[in-house]
Design a protein around this ligand. Structure first.
Ligand SMILES: [Zn+2]
Length: 189
């Protein structure tokens, strides 16, 4: 067997345990400070899908139980909903936000806690839990042909624990990838 074939099949075999376990899959890919953003433009519909460790957005990943922590989660959720503060597009494209949906593992079951019992210190729990946040934004662009840049300066400014965003862009038949950071916030195509 050729060495390259052997290496390829070894890599494939190694990747299987990760793929086979759905529950672990997203955790394997989760690195604090790094998020991903998929951008797709089809006709006049522009879609953004942001996936991020909760750490980058909220600053912790444990289920909040104190009032202060629950408020932090809600405040971060509000910032994340405010797409105009996060993303800037080519103005001439006239893209208007039509919907936002956010999946935040730290908001599930909030408010249902009983605070009478002694809970574990948050710092201890934090060591053992990872949670992600995903946000989906849809825009309608009046002049999509004019859309040729996106700037994430606002996102990096609001979420300072976000170090890098790995961007994948699909506009018509054009595909492009880039790694953006606070020092390099924009992508043009
Ligand atoms: Zn984590």
């Amino acid at each position: 067997m050729h060495l390259r074939t052997l290496l390829a099949s070894a890599a494939l075999a190694l990747s299987f345990p990760v793929l086979a376990d759905d529950h672990q899959h997203s955790l394997e890919a989760h690195v604090h400070g790094i998020g991903t953003l998929n951008i797709a433009l089809e006709n006049q519909l522009l879609e953004l899908q942001l996936e991020s460790p909760a750490m980058n957005i909220i600053g912790f990943e444990y289920q909040p139980t104190t009032t202060a922590d629950i408020q932090s989660v809600k405040a971060a959720q509000n910032k994340l909903s405010n797409a105009a503060e996060l993303f800037a597009f080519s103005p001439a494209a006239q893209c208007r936000l039509t919907s936002v949906s956010i999946e935040n593992a730290l908001l599930k079951g909030s408010g249902a806690h009983d605070h009478d019992h002694e809970s574990q210190p948050a710092a201890e729990i934090a060591e053992h839990q990872h949670n992600d946040i995903s946000a989906h934004y849809q825009y309608h662009c009046a002049t999509p042909a004019q859309l040729n840049s996106i700037d994430l300066a606002g996102l990096f400014k609001l979420f300072t624990q976000t170090e890098k965003i790995q961007v994948q862009l699909i506009v018509g038949d054009h595909q492009q990838g880039a790694e953006l950071s606070a020092k390099n916030t924009s992508l043009s195509w």
